[in-house]
Design a protein around this ligand. Structure first.
Ligand SMILES: NC(=O)C1=CN([C@@H]2O[C@H](COP(=O)(O)OP(=O)(O)OC[C@H]3O[C@@H](n4cnc5c(N)ncnc54)[C@H](OP(=O)(O)O)[C@@H]3O)[C@@H](O)[C@H]2O)C=CC1
Ligand SMILES: O=C(CO)[C@H](O)[C@H](O)COP(=O)(O)O
Length: 447
């Protein structure tokens, strides 16, 4: 529908063909730019060559099966685009399978949910220059715009687009989790009703926290269930789903030797949320935290959340920086932040500032950019106060606590790894380097 609304002739196809006719009917006048096909053969035959075919179906086996069905129908010069969320390792494999066939494979991250897809998503294209030249004229018109600039970019070759989207989702998981942690403090320690918490968040959306996720969360908290008249959020099971992108970010960050502690906390919190029975049983038998903890004021919570958001984004971008070096992708980190300023789920006013910070960082860690320190210095005490309050009250705050600990580790000139090296040498003779001599040394431990 988005393509059609820009006058781009578009054919559609779906596995369950019953959806096609109602879709075209509901398209109204846009149907002038649309045609439906009930078989893949008819669909492919209806397209102008060289063809651009965009798939948005579940990742993994369904994509492999679809490629296998589609490939024999295509001609040299055609481009097949996987626009769903995919494990970038799969995208690299598929790109390499296509190499030399005359066909082109693109792994494209798309973000913006249902509304973004329809009115303007943010898109991260991974593929060849040839594919980008083919795609650009049809993607720029359908993309979200930030100050007149389309939120779409050719971020790199093969798996780069899906990797960038995966990290986007990792940051999304962390941001959602941190918002949920503050919600938990207000709900379980302050006893605030959902709608009141929603009103607090709606107020925050006018300040530095301004973002789609804060705005959406405020709406979610203020929505009433028509059946019961109660806040709908209170009627939802406290068990979160996940399709895999958060976990993929974490796995790849670990492989790259990067810390993704806020994302790990968010993935772990979703996983742990499914252990409902165990949590209910434990609540009755294991001791809780203190009741007399003073809850930080709402503006302190807002500052804490903003500090957590900044640190989670920085972690995500350091993962991208490491991947760029590992896979020689030459990712433009500032450009990635720029195409996330509109259309995508993590769009926020902070991303505009972050783009500048990333540009200033060059090849240095972004934490060292003076503007980052200037932004964090006044709000870090709020993060410390909020995390301490939650810990004392016995309320979980895994992502915000992880963000804070990561920050404290990142700025600790002399860390504690000297002891780890001593331990490793004591039990495994692994050796260590001394601060005062070159070479590898061993201790005569316990002597
Ligand atoms: N929902 C969102 O906001 C976003 C989703 N994505 C990604 O987009 C992709 C699609 O997600 P979404 O639309 O949410 O929902 P689903 O993942 O449920 O995908 C639904 C579509 O996939 C088709 N489909 C399902 N299984 C197969 C199969 N084995 N072979 C062929 N077609 C199949 C369905 O066809 P049928 O009608 O026949 O079942 C339907 O058209 C996923 O990779 C997702 O991660 C990315 C960004 C945002
Ligand atoms: O990519 C998306 C948003 O950017 C999709 O909504 C995705 O499904 C979100 O991930 P999960 O389902 O694991 O919460």
């Amino acid at each position: 529908l988005n393509f059609a609304s820009r006058g781009i002739p578009t054919a559609v196809c779906n596995r369950e063909i019953d959806w096609i006719a109602p879709f075209l009917q509901e398209a109204g006048p846009l149907a002038d730019h649309l045609s439906g096909a009930e078989t893949l053969q008819a669909f492919v035959a209806s397209l102008e060559t060289p063809r651009l075919i965009l798939m948005m179906i579940p990742s993994g086996a369904p994509i492999d099966a679809m490629i296998a069905q589609m490939q024999p129908l295509l001609d040299a010069g055609d481009t097949l685009i996987d626009a769903g969320n995919a494990d970038f390792n799969d995208t690299r494999r598929r790109s390499s399978d296509f190499a030399g066939t005359g066909l082109h494979f693109v792994g494209m991250g798309v973000s913006g949910g249902e509304e973004g897809a329809r009115t303007g998503p943010s898109m991260m294209v991974g593929g060849s220059e040839h594919s980008w030249a083919q795609l650009r004229p049809v993607l720029e018109p359908i993309a979200a715009e930030f100050q007149g600039l389309p939120c779409v970019a050719h971020v790199g070759p093969d798996g780069a687009g899906h990797f960038v989207k995966t990290v986007h989702n990792g940051i999304e998981y962390a941001d959602m989790q941190m918002i949920a942690e503050v919600y938990g403090l207000l709900r379980d320690h302050a006893g605030m009703p959902a709608a009141d918490i929603g009103a607090v968040l709606a107020g925050w959306n006018d300040g530095p926290l301004s973002s789609y996720l804060i705005e959406t969360t405020a709406k979610v908290l203020q929505t009433i269930d028509p059946e019961t008249g109660k806040p709908l959020v209170d009627l939802i099971q406290d068990q979160a789903g996940q399709k895999g992108t958060g976990r993929w970010t974490l796995i790849e960050a670990l492989k790259l030797g990067q810390s993704a502690s806020t994302i790990e906390a968010a993935v772990g919190a979703r996983a742990w949320s499914s252990a409902k029975e165990a949590r209910v049983a434990a609540a009755d038998v294991l001791p809780a935290g203190a009741l007399d903890v003073v809850l930080p004021a709402p503006d302190v919570l807002a500052q804490a959340l903003f500090a957590g958001r900044i640190l989670a984004h920085i972690q995500g971008f350091e993962i991208l920086r490491a991947a760029s070096a590992e896979f020689t992708w030459a990712l433009g980190l500032a450009e990635i932040a720029e195409i996330w300023r509109a259309g995508c789920i993590i769009r926020s006013s902070f991303l505009d500032d972050l783009a500048e910070m990333l540009r200033a960082s060059g090849s240095e860690p972004v934490l060292l950019v003076p503007a980052v320190g200037e932004l964090l210095t006044p709000i870090l005490p709020a993060l410390r106060q909020t995390v301490s309050a939650a810990m004392q009250a016995g309320l979980p705050m895994p992502a915000m606590a992880a963000a804070l600990s990561w920050y404290d580790s990142a700025r600790q000139a002399r860390g504690t790894a000297n002891l780890i090296q001593g331990q490793r040498d004591a039990f495994g003779a692994h050796g260590f380097r001394r601060v005062d001599h070159d070479g590898v040394h061993h201790g005569n431990w316990g002597a």
